[in-house]
Design a protein around this ligand. Structure first.
Ligand code: ZN
Length: 99
C-alpha cells in the first residue's frame, strides 16, 4: 500500500466517522423532539444544542429601492400659434387683364 493510498483510506474513514456521528446525533435529537431529557440522570447535551438551532428565523425578503423621479432629457416643442404668412415668397399680385 502506497503512502497516497493510505492517506486516502484514512481520509475516507475519518469522513465516514464524522458523517455517521452527525447523522446519529441528529437522529437522536429528532427522536426526542428537541426537548430537554435525561439519560440515567444526566441532561442530554445533544437535545439542548438542537433546541437552540430551532430558534432561527428566516431572512427578510429584500425590499426594492425607491424610484427616483428623473427630469426628462428632452424638452417639449413649444408650438407657437402665430398667423402664417407667405408674403415674402408669394408672387406680386396681378391686375385683371386690360383689353
Ligand atoms: Zn439524549
Amino acid at each position: 500500500m502506497t503512502r497516497a493510498t493510505l492517506i486516502k483510506t484514512i481520509w475516507v474513514l475519518f469522513m465516514s466517522l464524522f458523517l455517521s456521528v452527525q447523522g446519529l446525533s441528529q437522529a437522536h435529537a429528532a427522536a426526542n423532539g428537541g426537548t430537554e431529557h435525561k439519560h440515567e440522570g444526566v441532561i442530554c447535551a445533544v437535545a439542548l444544542v438542537a433546541a437552540e438551532q430551532t430558534a432561527l428565523t428566516p431572512p427578510l425578503p429584500f425590499a426594492s429601492p425607491p424610484e427616483i423621479a428623473q427630469t426628462p432629457l428632452w424638452q417639449p416643442l413649444v408650438e407657437r400659434n402665430l398667423p402664417r404668412t407667405f408674403d415674402g415668397r408669394a408672387p406680386p399680385p396681378r391686375a385683371p387683364p386690360t383689353l
